[in-house]
Ligand binder design. Structure first.
Ligand SMILES: Cc1cc2nc3c(=O)[nH]c(=O)nc-3n(C[C@H](O)[C@H](O)[C@H](O)COP(=O)(O)O)c2cc1C
Length: 188
């Protein structure tokens, strides 16, 4: 099972990326052999002018992102909540592509500094997943008060969040297994 987490916070001093790193760790502990993170902060993508493949691509890193999306069996969209929605960086990156998402299970993780754990961003990300022709996982991970969730070394110290993460991983693997099974039968 090839899982790809798209980490959608590129802000200096960001907190959401700690959640992405911890989640990747949990997938590995759960036995998922391949879990990768696309850290959008390392790509610095320009605002979309042309989708991937429309002309000869000269944007650094875009081939790499395309390859990772294409190879993924399932994805996680992880974003901070900004002004009641998910990050512009995530939307911009997603908009470069289309076919790479089709019929893939996608889980959403929203991160907020308040008590509501990015609930608005999570709902809008699920809407985005539907628009991509992908399957949004019903169970979503909402991370509230993220500024208190990790210690200075980036270690998770919130027990409730730890339990929610494990539930998210279990649900995600269940859904991905079911969809992979169906695809395998179709190819027999
Ligand atoms: C421009 C901006 C808008 C924000 N809007 C919200 C919001 O609508 N709701 C919320 O819970 N937190 C909001 N926050 C706080 C973020 O959720 C907080 O920064 C959190 O740490 C996750 O984002 P980060 O990965 O950038 O750190 C906002 C932060 C920024 C920078």
């Amino acid at each position: 099972m090839n899982i790809l987490i798209i980490s959608g916070s590129v802000r200096t001093g960001r907190k959401s990326h700690d959640v992405a790193v911890e989640l990747a760790k949990r997938f590995k502990q759960h036995g998922c052999s391949s879990t990768q993170i696309i850290d959008l902060a390392t790509y610095n993508l320009p605002v979309l002018e042309e989708q991937y493949g429309e002309s000869e691509n000269k944007i650094k890193g875009l081939d790499d992102i395309q390859q990772k999306l294409d190879q993924a069996d399932a994805m996680v969209f992880l974003s901070p909540e900004y002004h009641g929605s998910y990050s512009g960086a995530l939307k911009n990156a997603v908009d470069y592509f289309s076919a790479e998402f089709k019929r893939k299970p996608i889980g959403v993780v929203a991160v907020g500094a308040g008590r509501l754990g990015g609930i608005n961003a999570s709902t809008e990300m699920q809407q985005l997943v539907l628009s991509l022709g992908a399957y949004p996982m019903p169970y979503k991970l909402l991370v509230s008060n993220v500024q208190y969730a990790f210690d200075e070394k980036g270690e998770l110290k919130d027990d409730q969040l730890s339990k929610s993460m494990d539930k998210f991983v279990t649900e995600f693997v269940w859904l991905t297994d079911a969809i992979l099974d169906k695809k395998k039968k179709e190819n027999q």
